[in-house]
Design a protein. Structure first.
Length: 398
């Protein structure tokens, strides 16, 4: 989720982006297959199989039945920031619950505490579901939903901890890797196992057959060893029910996600793209990513043959924001659209916060733009989109 380079040594209160010091025995080389039922082959070697007929990944702007979130579980990941990040999650959950139901996944041993915490502000429409988890990034480890007239399924994208086992970015993820299957079973939704390994934050669609994605986060041996870009693209098309992939290069190895698309470019509507423009103080490597992405998008057409209309969303001045550190994600582009609202961070750069509000209100004139303080979530390298996953409503049967 972050556009940064890892710090060379852990901070006193480690974030999910910081180096975690474990003994060799405590850092398993956890292969994907180890986190999935033994009878299933590794996703990297699974033959691409099409999703059930007619299913397609919808646009996030389509109607939702609920939003899923996850309760941060481990002090080994968040350290002294655990209470503060839980406050952020509660704030986001409460805000979203004013517009649609929210379901928060929490470890069974933490579920009662999560219910108390989430209810302190008089929140309503929030359900806590006791399911083992490790961290809060349910966008990446939760199911990616697919819909068709009268039907819904959940795509399990074989979460493998962003492929970071054995690297300084490693953090525990075995519980997170099982959440998609458990959640779908609890809601009686058909589970489709993806023929690729990836994360929900790597997938951005217009709902009309076009996918935006970065090469760095999907055509990468840490997720899909031995698969060419053409093979990954075919797996994405067949499992997501899409007809065109617009690839942006991205940047591998500079953050835990290898540059997810949901911090870089988003569809606000078919043919309409928001592009993250780095603010003052951003490292040059990320400015280069932005400039190359802008060049590619300016010459691209979507699955329907439409040229893209690009709106740039300027980031804040990193000298003026409340947060600090290389891991801090100062991106407004990692917003989340729910029923009737768009939820976006505010970082304390008053002018930039105001500009972001105005741009998103113009892009979503029929929705409220709700700005939230999420400084601790952002310090972990993520944002509101990373911390949420929508379950779309089932379209009416034909």
């Amino acid at each position: 989720m972050t556009t940064s380079t890892p710090a060379p040594t852990p901070s006193p209160a480690p974030s999910r982006r910081s180096v975690l010091r474990y003994g060799a025995a405590a850092v398993p080389a956890l292969a994907l297959g180890a986190a999935l039922p033994a009878a299933l082959p590794s996703a990297a070697h699974a033959a691409p199989a099409p999703a059930p007929t007619g299913l397609r990944m919808p646009a996030e702007t389509d109607r939702h039945d609920r939003t899923f979130m996850a309760w941060p579980a481990l002090s080994s990941i968040w350290g002294r920031q655990l209470s503060a990040v839980r406050d952020d999650i509660a704030r986001v959950a409460y805000a979203i619950s004013r517009y649609e139901p929210v379901v928060v996944v929490a470890r069974p041993s933490q579920a009662a505490d999560a219910r108390y915490w989430l209810g302190r502000g008089g929140a309503y429409g929030i359900t806590v579901l006791a399911i083992p988890n490790d961290d809060l990034w349910i966008r990446d480890f939760g199911p990616t939903f697919l819909t068709a007239p009268g039907a819904i399924a959940g795509l399990d994208t074989n979460f493998n901890g962003w492929g970071k086992s054995g690297t300084p970015y490693y953090q525990p993820y075995a519980e997170d890797a099982a959440v998609a299957a458990t959640l779908l079973a609890d809601y009686g939704v058909t589970r489709v196992r993806a023929p690729f390994t990836g994360e929900g934050g790597a997938l951005e669609t217009d709902g009309q057959g076009t996918l935006l994605a970065t090469v760095s986060s999907l055509v990468n041996p840490n997720r899909n060893p031995g698969m060419s870009r053409a093979q990954v693209e075919q797996a994405l098309k067949s499992s997501l029910g899409l007809s065109k992939v617009l690839w942006l290069p991205g940047l591998a190895g500079q953050d835990i996600t290898d540059d997810h698309i949901d911090c870089l470019a988003r569809f606000t509507a078919p043919g309409q793209v928001i592009l993250d423009q780095p603010g003052p103080g951003t490292e040059q490597i990320w400015i280069d990513v932005y400039q190359e992405s802008k060049r590619i998008l300016a010459g691209a057409v979507d699955a329907q043959g439409r040229p893209l209309v690009i709106t740039e969303l300027p980031g804040p001045d990193r000298q003026l924001i409340r947060g600090s550190g290389k891991d801090f994600l100062s991106s407004y582009t990692n917003y989340y659209t729910a029923n009737g609202a768009v939820f976006v961070p505010q970082f304390g750069d008053t002018a930039a916060d105001g500009t972001a509000y105005a741009i998103l209100q113009a892009a979503f004139p029929d929705r409220d733009v709700v700005q939230l303080d999420i400084d601790t979530i952002a310090s972990g390298g993520g944002g509101i989109h990373c911390a949420t996953q929508s379950q779309p409503s089932v379209p009416p049967a034909s």
